[in-house]
Design a protein around this ligand. Structure first.
Ligand code: PMV
Length: 327
């Protein structure tokens, strides 16, 4: 925790995301559809001077310095981010204090949101492109071969189609999309799951390529459905995408259970979101009330959940002074 005398030099935030369709396939160049969520990460740069940059994550009991580069992924990632931030940032070591409002390993882009918020806090003058480059340096330590979708969502928010190596196209649905997000309570490891898909692709290329082709068609149709306001159509494509993810071996009995509960509560579509192997389910609802009803159904079965909408897709910067005051 910061000392009472710590003063803030800069303040930044970044959002999490839900992949509506296309995870894993996006690593191989197929477009994916993403919705930024209002929950995210805030970071503040403190005026405290120190000999090395320090990253402090409130609530996680985490305190790493750039000198810890060799000991933990977090230390290595922070070192990579500071290294990518250039001489001006590197020359004035500071403490960055981070508050995270996303479940780690939840498939909601938690690590990318931290990377983007920290890059912004360290350098308030950085362009959006520079922030994303620096956050990608951080993400590569955790994910090995990230498509960049999480960093893009954390930096921009909104609802968009993303293609690796190309970038994003914002989408403007004519109606608000209402979602319920349910957590299996089990953390997923993106690096492990991406590696598992890579190994399967090597072992059974025809099977995996056929799955990716199926996902690609669904993403195209779902893009059209979003642009036309065909929410039922979007839900049907999400359901079909979940079947492909099962065939890819990235779903789990817990994810299928949470998906099944949502569908039983009338979700228009429900699927795992993110890397799978644990993490969260995204369920598309007819209205805000329906999304709340899906969450209540999950809660009855002991599953945590919350709601979000396409209208909240851009993370808000909390006003200055809104940070908790430490004793
Ligand atoms: O689980 P998350 O939030 O890290 O999402 C990963 C999405 C993948 O497509 C599985 C990987 C990637 O880099 O795109």
């Amino acid at each position: 925790m910061s000392s009472p005398s710590s003063t803030e030099q800069n303040h930044a935030s970044a959002g999490g995301k839900v992949i509506l369709l296309g995870e894993h396939a996006v690593v191989y160049g197929i477009p994916a559809l993403v919705l930024g969520v209002s929950r995210g990460v805030t970071a503040r740069l403190l005026a405290d001077t120190c000999t090395m940059h320090v990253l402090r994550i409130e609530g996680w009991g985490v305190d790493v310095a750039t000198g810890d580069c060799t000991t933990t992924d977090l230390g290595r990632a922070f070192g990579a981010l500071v290294g990518a931030s250039g001489v001006r940032v590197g020359a004035s070591p500071r403490v960055v204090e981070v508050h995270v409002d996303l479940p780690p390993g939840g498939g909601l882009g938690c690590s990318a949101a931290i990377g983007v918020a920290v890059a912004r806090a360290l350098d308030g003058a950085a362009s959006q492109a520079d922030v994303m480059d620096r956050a990608m340096a951080w993400e590569r330590i955790f994910h090995g071969n990230p498509s960049g979708i999480d960093v893009w969502a954390a930096a921009h928010g909104g609802i968009f189609s993303f293609t690796r190596g190309v970038g994003a196209t914002p989408l403007a649905p004519p109606c608000t999309l209402h979602l319920a997000i349910g957590s299996t309570g089990r953390a997923s490891g993106t690096k492990v799951m991406v590696e598992r898909v890579r190994a399967l692709k090597q072992e059974a290329p025809e099977r995996v390529n056929a799955i990716f082709e199926g996902i690609s068609g669904l993403v195209q149709n779902a893009t059209h459905a979003i642009l036309c306001g065909d929410v039922s159509g979007l839900g049907a494509h999400m359901n079909a995408n979940h079947e492909h993810l099962i065939n890819l071996g990235v779903s789990t009995p817990e994810l299928d259970f949470v998906v099944g509960l949502a569908r039983g509560a009338g979700a228009l579509g429900a699927k795992l979101t993110g890397a799978g192997g644990g993490g969260c389910v995204a369920a598309l609802a007819e209205s805000a009330e329906h999304a709340e009803a899906i969450v209540r159904r999950w809660n009855l079965a002991g599953v945590d959940g919350w709601t979000t909408t396409s209208a909240q897709a851009q993370v808000e910067m909390p006003p200055r002074g809104a940070w908790p005051v430490h004793p």
